[in-house]
Design a protein around this ligand. Structure first.
Ligand SMILES: [Zn+2]
Ligand SMILES: [Zn+2]
Length: 269
């Protein structure tokens, strides 16, 4: 059976509080042999590490999500350094820029609110990049409606830090800008949605060894589970659609995406 990794899961979310051992067992039955649990703030990152200690196949990524930037302490670099030393931490993140819901759109807000919000996200993103560069680690990057600024901020670090632009749903031209920085993309269950032909086109255009697969669970369950809780086992459904889009065998996709992940994430093996 071709095996795959789930390179982006949120196993610490309350959605799995009641049945996480079953969720992980189902992933292994489906051939998903490693799961990377991504932190979204310091507590979530600590929980991801605890899960990595508890389950052999789980690894952790530690960081603070840009959408929660206003809740973050002014400087989290000391915490990131401490967490990044753990033997099962494989990258920093998720970090990046998300302009999808700007505060300026709410009643009574001003354009200055947007400016401050973006500056806070940028500062937090820079802190992750600095610690990643210090540790020789890479970053899991969350980017939404902010590709120009994300690419611009990553560029000065690009010789030291690579990013994986996760949940990639843009076109091939946008992907080229990411690949030009020596960074990667990864694809979620969105690829299986009926209206997502453009994402399947991007998958078809992606060079082998420059992309990975992920669920972003509990979100974005692929067809035929769309709308339900997502879980790592469903990388299987995503891999089938990706292989079909590329016209390649599952074995080839398995080999390439797992190799790419082992090379991108520190201490994954
Ligand atoms: Zn994300
Ligand atoms: Zn995520």
């Amino acid at each position: 059976m071709p095996t795959f990794y789930d390179t982006h899961a949120h196993l610490d979310y309350p959605d799995y509080a009641d049945d996480l051992p079953d969720v992980i067992a189902r992933a292994q039955t489906a051939g998903i042999t490693k799961i990377i649990s991504i932190g979204t703030d310091l507590d979530s990152s600590r929980r991801a590490i605890q899960l990595a200690e508890r389950f052999e196949c789980v690894r952790a990524v530690v960081g603070w999500h840009p959408s929660d930037a206003t809740r973050a302490p002014a400087d989290i670099r000391a915490d990131l350094r401490e967490l990044a030393r753990h033997r099962k931490v494989v990258a920093l993140g998720e970090t990046g820029l998300d302009y999808h819901r700007l505060p300026g759109a709410t009643p009574g807000a001003t354009p200055d609110d947007d400016k401050r919000y973006k500056a806070r996200q940028a500062d937090l993103f820079r802190q992750h990049l600095e610690v990643a560069a210090e540790f020789g680690m890479n970053c899991v990057i969350h980017q939404r409606d902010a590709l120009d600024d994300t690419v611009a901020q990553l560029r000065p670090f690009a010789s030291r830090v690579r990013g994986v632009f996760h949940c990639f749903a843009d076109n091939a031209a946008a992907m080229e800008r990411v690949l030009a920085l020596n960074s990667l993309v990864s694809f979620t269950g969105i690829a299986t949605f009926k209206n997502a032909q453009s994402v399947r086109d991007t998958i078809a255009a992606a060079p082998l060894n420059r992309f990975m697969l992920e669920t972003d669970c509990p979100f974005l369950a692929p067809v035929p589970y769309r709308g339900k809780r997502c879980e790592p086992a469903y990388v299987k459904e995503i891999s089938e659609v990706a292989a079909h889009a590329r016209g390649c065998a599952l074995e080839e996709l398995s080999r390439a995406t797992c190799e790419t992940a082992r090379e991108f994430f520190q201490r994954l093996d």
